[in-house]
Write a protein that binds this ligand. Sequence first.
Ligand SMILES: NC(=O)C1=CN([C@@H]2O[C@H](COP(=O)(O)OP(=O)(O)OC[C@H]3O[C@@H](n4cnc5c(N)ncnc54)[C@H](O)[C@@H]3O)[C@@H](O)[C@H]2O)C=CC1
Ligand SMILES: O=C([O-])CC(=O)C(=O)O
Length: 356
Amino acid sequence: MQPASEANQRIARISAHLHPPNLQMEESAGLRRANCRAKGAAPGFKVAILGAAGGIGQPLALLMKINPLVSVLHLYDVVNTPGVTADISHMDTGAVVRGFLGQPQLEEALVGMDLVIIPAGVPRKPGMTRDDLFKINAGIVRTLCEGIAKSCPKAIVNLISNPVNSTVPIAAEVFKKAGTYDPKRLLGVTTLDVVRANTFVAEVLGLDPREVDVPVVGGHAGVTILPLLSQVKPPCSFTPPEIDYLTSRIQNGGTEVVEAKAGAGSATLSMAYASVKFADACLRGLRGDAGIVECAFVASQVTELPFFASKVRLGRTGAEEVLPLGPLNEYERAGLEKAKQELAESIQKGVSFIKK
Ligand SMILES: NC(=O)C1=CN([C@@H]2O[C@H](COP(=O)(O)OP(=O)(O)OC[C@H]3O[C@@H](n4cnc5c(N)ncnc54)[C@H](O)[C@@H]3O)[C@@H](O)[C@H]2O)C=CC1
Ligand SMILES: O=C([O-])CC(=O)C(=O)O
């Protein structure tokens, strides 16, 4: 048997690791948390959420806490992480949850992470475009990516903060500057466009949305969101009015939610769902599962643009293969030209923000 003092020291060490001092709760008399028999985290992936106390961050944290592939979940924000962390840490699922508050704790939040998900930043209000968020969100994304370059340069990054068409190029430039850029590991999250497309197409066809798969390529704003309705699975055909209706509804899905929320933000719940769907696919890829394909906004040679959203094959090192667009019909080719014009400007805006 170990001497009592040695065992107590070991427990104190583990407890300090599990509960950083700033987020430790008041402990009442009787059995203190320091005396619990915690053994630390089970095998699995370490995931950080930056912006974890926000509208997307909170349900995203909840869903990642349920994910059996996650062993450690770090919740970082500039406000309210102690409460969110205390709340989520009581869920009886496997992942160990730790909270981090404010810029001085950013690096600590990121050390050792396999996957970093970034929903930090301001959302739209009615009348705004995603590009109107650039002024505030560009700087937030730069700071967070500088932290990633320092503390977990090999992590896969899932970037949610808008405007995604510009924030992904910003992140790439930050990583290039730091000498850590690996295009396979930087993925802009466009899954919500696919989730919406599957839902709306299923409604029109009278199918179960879980049976429908619509590739959505291009980017994540207005006309850059390009659903490829000619490639829907299961194979089907649409009338011209159905194509116009579906394309417009998918491209304006975000605005539909912004207007319905009437000033209280943009999509959070469907986005948390979409983000977890994508993060889970990334983790299964990291684990070595074969045949995992999702749409994402990545560095690409599929068009002449340096970044483009399309189907990618996820594996142990991230987006291991960017798949070709496949055959497009005339309607989609016209949409692609429009998408590319707007995308080129948004990408350049992001690059210049760091290079200026
Ligand atoms: N890629 C996509 O499909 C989607 C992207 N979004 C975008 O996601 C972002 C977040 O949206 P919501 O969660 O609704 O906003 P929110 O305002 O509810 O939450 C954002 C959180 O970020 C935090 N934050 C701000 N500055 C930070 C910093 N420097 N470091 C860490 N955290 C910081 C805030 O404290 C807040 O808790 C927005 O930019 C929104 O446009 C939203 C929906 C879909
Ligand atoms: O529309 C917004 O501002 C949020 C977003 O990106 C989406 O819901 O697709």
